[in-house]
Structure formats: structure tokens, C-alpha cells
Write a protein that binds this ligand. Sequence first.
Ligand SMILES: *[C@@H]1O[C@H](CO)[C@@H](O)[C@H](O)[C@H]1NC(C)=O
Ligand SMILES: *[C@@H]1O[C@H](CO)[C@@H](O)[C@H](O)[C@H]1NC(C)=O
Ligand SMILES: *[C@@H]1O[C@H](CO)[C@@H](O)[C@H](O)[C@H]1NC(C)=O
Length: 382
Amino acid sequence: MSRCWSVARGSHGRWLTGEAMRHHWLLLGACGWVLLILMFVSKFIGFRAVDDYGGRVGGQSWTVQGTKVVTPILFSKPVQPVPKPSDQPSAVPTVTDWQSVVESRLELLSNVCKNSSFTNTTHAAISKFVLDRIFVCDKHKILFCQTPKVGNTQWKKVLIVLNGAFPTVEEIPENLVHDHEKNGLPRLSSLAPQEITHRLNTYFKFFIVRDPFERLISAFKDKFVKNPRFEPWYKHDIAPAIIRKYRKIHRNGELAASGLHFEDFVRYLGDAEGRQRMDRQFGEHVIHWVTYAELCAPCEIHYSAVGHHETLEQDAAHILKATGIDRTVSYPAIPPGITRYNRTKVEQYFAGISRRDIRRLYARYQGDFQLFGYPSPDFLLD
Ligand SMILES: *[C@@H]1O[C@H](CO)[C@@H](O)[C@H](O)[C@H]1NC(C)=O
Ligand SMILES: *[C@@H]1O[C@H](CO)[C@@H](O)[C@H](O)[C@H]1NC(C)=O
Ligand SMILES: *[C@@H]1O[C@H](CO)[C@@H](O)[C@H](O)[C@H]1NC(C)=O
């Protein structure tokens, strides 16, 4: 599997791909897409619990208005709203006030970017790695930075339709959603430098975030607990490498069998220096847990909106309106509670993990908490 880990990172955190490495990537890509397709197919067939929502946007659907009416793309199973009140007090303003919410978020973002106390976890070069994350919709002048686990496949499908490669969302073959050679939704990295600059300066740019610790829990569950068969590298390569380095007590023979514990994962993530070499080996797979600051460079790129998973309904409506596509596409109601922050879950996952390890983790992800206005999880840190 070592050929899979072929993205190299330069000494200044920039991502480079050499010719030899590209060759390896092609090999990986061939088997990777087959696995991905199988994974998607299994999602349609498999049973999904409400708690699995974690970003797959279960029970909701996109509709594209116009000639053809479109229906649920991924999951038709209705998800019951969870009526329990939020763990975090928040009076959610209505969509009409949402512009002011969006603006105050951007103002906070800009202030935190300028604040030297957070520089080490808020800034990132606009590297190839970042440009690879950003998808281009030229027809409607939209740039979308993809952050995993917040319903991004849905956004990509809609942008593919808007770009005109397919008339409706459900006519996009599953294997094409992530095939950016063929789906008419190019990555920003595929364009020439001048074209990139022009789009960064003039297009509507957005991405979606969620509470940083909940995101890590979601990534852990998805990649190391649930996802054993179709993305085997998480369990067979990445997990053993993390265990070897970060599990306090282990016997070598048991590495593969024992599985990654959340505690191992937290220790790895919080090890600012030690994990750099590992992350280079892990290649693109790190997109599931590197900071939003590293994925989308929000201090360097002046985004027009940053949606929150926790308020996805309002944010989706706002983004569609702001980009002028609200008459073409609509984002259906999201059952309340489904995207809500769950403090009980966070407490459960971090129970038994040492304060020292949690503080290190927080230090690493502090930028994401600050940039996007998520309250620091003092109940875990004190
Ligand atoms: C930077 O952030 C720190 C910690 O939140 C805060 O105390 C300080 O006032 C901020 N500085 C500026 C210039 O906003
Ligand atoms: C929060 O998480 C806990 C533990 O995972 C779960 O039992 C509970 O149902 C969740 N609450 C909500 C409102 O989803
Ligand atoms: C970033 O700097 C702050 C203090 O300025 C420190 O507490 C934190 O540990 C640093 N984080 C990382 C990941 O180096």
C-alpha cells in the first residue's frame, strides 16, 4: 500500500506531485474508484441509522426546478426529526436575517485571521492541496471548497447540473460525481494561474464547516469504525501506523486486529510535529481530519460565505440565493435536530482521554474553533 501514499509535501507545507508519484496515483486511482463506486452502491442498499447522518445528508433531497422535477438523490428513507432541545443555546434567526449572520461570521473570520495569537493554526498557503479542494462552476461563477462530512456530495451534484454536463441531479452516474475529468466540475487546480486568480477574485466562494471535535468524531467513526471494506487503507495502513506510534501499550502482533481507538487518534492529531511525516505518507486521506484552515485557506482566500452544518438549512437557502441559483435549485427542509451539535456524544467520546491529550488536540484545532465561532469545549479542557 506504500504506493498509495505518494503525495509529497514540501518543506513549507506545500503539496507537490512528481511524475513518478503521478504514476502511482493513477494506479491507486484505478482501484480507488472501483472501491468508491462499490462503497456508494452499498450505501443505497445498506441500512442507515439516524445517528449515521454525520454528513451524508440522509432523508433530504435536492430538487431542481424547471423542465424536470427532481427528487431525492441519495436516500429516500425518511429521517425522524429529533425534538430534543439543543445542547448549545442558540436562537436561530430566520432566513431573512441570515445575511447579517453571514456577515458577522465573515467579520469574526477576518478578525481571527489578523489575530497573531492564532496565526499558527489559522494560516495556510494557497497550495496545490488547497486548489485541489476547490471546485469551479463557471456558468454561475461559483467556487466551492469541499470539506468532507457535511453533505458535500449534494453540493457537488448540484454544481455539476448547474454547469450543464447533466440535466438533472439523478442523471449523474454515481461514478462520475467524483470524476472531475468527466463530470464538468473541474478543480481549481486544473486551471492556469491567471485563470485561478481571476476566479478567486471575482466568483462567489463558499464552504461548509461544523464543530471541529464533532467533525473528528465523525471522521473517526466513518473511516476507522464503520468503513472496513471499501476503503481498506484506513484500517490496514493508516490505523496500524497510528497505533504503532501513539498507543501507549501494544503488542506488535495485535496491531491489525485491535483496531484504532479514539484515544490513539486524538494523540496522533494533537501531535503537531510528530504527525507531519505520517501525514505526508497518508496523502490525500488526511482531508478527513486536517483543519479547515489547511483545507480551504480561509485567511488567504476571501470567501463570500461559510456555512455551518449546524444551521445547514438557513445556510443552504442563503447560498442558493446569494449565487442566484435559488430559482433553479432548491434545498429541501432538513429535519430539525439532524445536524445539531450533540455535546453528550462529544463527552462520551472524550471520556477517559487525558486532559493533556485533549488540550494538545485543542491547541491543534484551536484555529478552526476561533475562525468559525465555535465555543471552545471548556467542559473537556478544565
Ligand atoms: C486575539 O485573541 C485573544 C484571545 O481570544 C484576545 O484576548 C485578543 O484581544 C485578540 N486580539 C485582538 C487584536 O483582537
Ligand atoms: C447524542 O448522542 C448520544 C450518544 O451518542 C445519543 O445517545 C443521543 O441520542 C444523541 N442525541 C441526539 C439529540 O441526537
Ligand atoms: C499555537 O500557538 C499557541 C500559543 O500562541 C499554542 O498554545 C499552541 O499550542 C500552538 N499550536 C500549535 C499547533 O502549535
